[in-house]
Each structure stands twice: as structure tokens, then as C-alpha cells.
Design a protein around this ligand. Structure first.
Ligand SMILES: [Zn+2]
Length: 264
């Protein structure tokens, strides 16, 4: 898999003596989590994993060199059962996903490290990431953190409808790929599908509402797209990538400085 993580920030490029020499209290390890799953007719299966690596790699470039922050190899497979029925989706169960994170957390804690951030770019993993950040904190006394997607930036230029219901293989994801690996984007194969309409608010919504329905993509989006990729541009992708990297880098710096012992 292509990587944008700088070699000097790639944990798996170190040997064990170099790892042993890292300061245990202040080193922050980043565990990326994403997915290999259908992304419509126009984007590759690895979209979430590539975006994770793209944004994280650019964020790590911005950190001061003396700051000890390393990217672990990503957990490529996520809980993607909302995309079952589409060839190419490779999903693991919630139990498997959480067990992998727990075992990796145990390895990090056994090596004496204290700070671990779970950086996730696949929506189907989000609730599990929040569970595991707390469980790893409780079980291994690690300082654990959760970091999601683009770090909460405002995507300037996005329509209100796309902002609310562009979930998957949408304008933002397409723009990130156009800015980084345009050869993997089939611009002749865009499809459009919205799961809800902001102009007609319903009581029962797919996401982010008090009353939701559990959706499977095949029920509501035959092409696999949730959103409208057509307005995506490489220029916006590069702008949003840089804004996200700046925000993610700022979050990582805060995590490095976060007190390792509870205040007394
Ligand atoms: Zn995606």
C-alpha cells in the first residue's frame, strides 16, 4: 500500500534497539484504523485506508522533528458489514476488530509506552474506537486518545446537503483521491445517491439524530455511493487535505503534552 508517512515517523522501519531507546513517557504512537470496502463504481476498495495514510502522513510532516510521534502500521480491515453484498468488501466482526486493538494495545503497554492514539477514517469503526480507547485506558493504564477523520475541519465549498448526507464515496473522499492518486478515480463512473434530504426533515434519520434506522448500503444505494462525487476537484482535495493535516497535527501535539498522570 502506498504511504505518505515520512520514513522517520514510520514505527515499523525502526529496529528494536531504536524502539528501546525511545522515551516511554513522551512518545506518542498512532494506530491508524480504516477499511477495505466497496466505494461505488469510481473509487478503490482502499479509499479509507489511503485517506487515513494521506492525512496522517501530511500531519506528521508538520510536527517538530524532536517530537516523538510514530505511525504504527495500519489496521487495514475494519467493521464494514454495512457494505456486505458488494464484491471486494473485506470486513471483520466487531469482536475481531476490538480483539486486534486490544492485543496491539497490550503490546504497546508491555513495551512500556504510555500514549496511544487510535486514528480512524472509517465510519463503521467509530463507535468501536470510542469503546476501545476507554477500555485500553482502563485495562493497561495507557493514556489513550481517539482521533477521527479530518479532525473536524469545515470543508469550505461543500453544499449543505453534501455536508449532511455525503457519507461514503462522496465529494470529500473523491476530492482527496483526486488530489493524491487520481489514476485510481474513474471519473466516467460517478453515481449520485442521497439517503436523506435536508429540505424534507424526517423524524427517523440514518445518522446523527435521536431516532435512527440501521442501514445497509445495498438497501438504499445500489451503486454503493452515499453522496454526490460529481463536484469533487483535486484543488479542493488538496486544500482540505492541508487543512485536515494542520488540525490533526495540532491534536497530536496536544496529546503528546497531555499529562501522563492524573492531576492530584
Ligand atoms: Zn470511505
Amino acid at each position: 500500500m502506498k504511504t505518505w508517512v515520512p520514513d522517520a515517523r514510520n514505527f515499523a522501519y525502526l529496529n528494536w534497539k531504536q524502539v528501546d531507546a525511545l522515551p516511554r513517557e513522551s512518545t506518542l504512537l498512532v494506530l491508524p484504523t480504516a477499511a477495505i470496502e466497496q466505494h461505488g463504481h469510481h473509487l478503490p476498495l482502499a479509499t479509507d485506508t489511503l485517506i487515513n495514510n494521506l492525512l496522517l502522513g501530511h500531519a506528521l510532516e508538520k510536527l517538530p522533528p524532536e517530537m516523538h510521534v510514530y505511525a504504527l502500521p495500519p489496521v487495514h480491515y475494519g467493521k464494514s458489514n454495512e457494505h456486505i453484498g458488494f464484491p471486494g468488501t473485506l470486513s471483520v466482526s466487531a469482536a475481531t476488530f476490538m480483539a486486534v486493538l486490544r492485543d496491539l494495545g497490550a503490546s504497546v503497554a508491555n513495551a512500556g509506552f504510555r500514549r496511544l492514539v487510535l486514528y480512524n477514517t472509517h465510519g463503521g469503526n467509530s463507535s468501536l474506537i470510542d469503546v476501545m480507547a476507554r477500555d485500553l485506558r482502563a485495562e493497561f493504564n495507557l493514556r489513550t486518545f481517539a482521533l477521527h477523520g479530518s479532525g473536524g475541519i469545515t470543508f469550505e465549498g461543500l453544499s449543505a446537503q453534501e455536508r449532511a448526507y455525503g457519507f461514503h464515496a462522496n465529494e470529500v473522499e473523491t476530492a482527496f483521491l483526486l488530489a493524491s492518486m487520481p489514476e485510481l478515480v474513474d471519473r466516467s463512473a460517478y453515481t449520485v445517491n442521497y439517503i436523506a434530504d435536508i429540505a424534507n426533515p424526517e423524524l427517523l434519520l440514518p445518522e446523527n439524530a435521536p431516532a435512527t434506522f440501521a442501514w445497509l448500503t445495498r438497501d438504499i444505494a445500489p451503486s454503493g455511493v452515499l453522496g454526490d462525487p460529481r463536484p469533487a476537484t483535486a484543488e479542493n482535495g488538496a486544500r482540505w487535505r492541508d487543512a485536515a493535516a494542520t488540525r490533526l497535527a495540532a491534536a497530536l501535539e496536544v496529546m503528546v503534552r497531555y499529562p501522563s498522570q492524573p492531576a492530584t
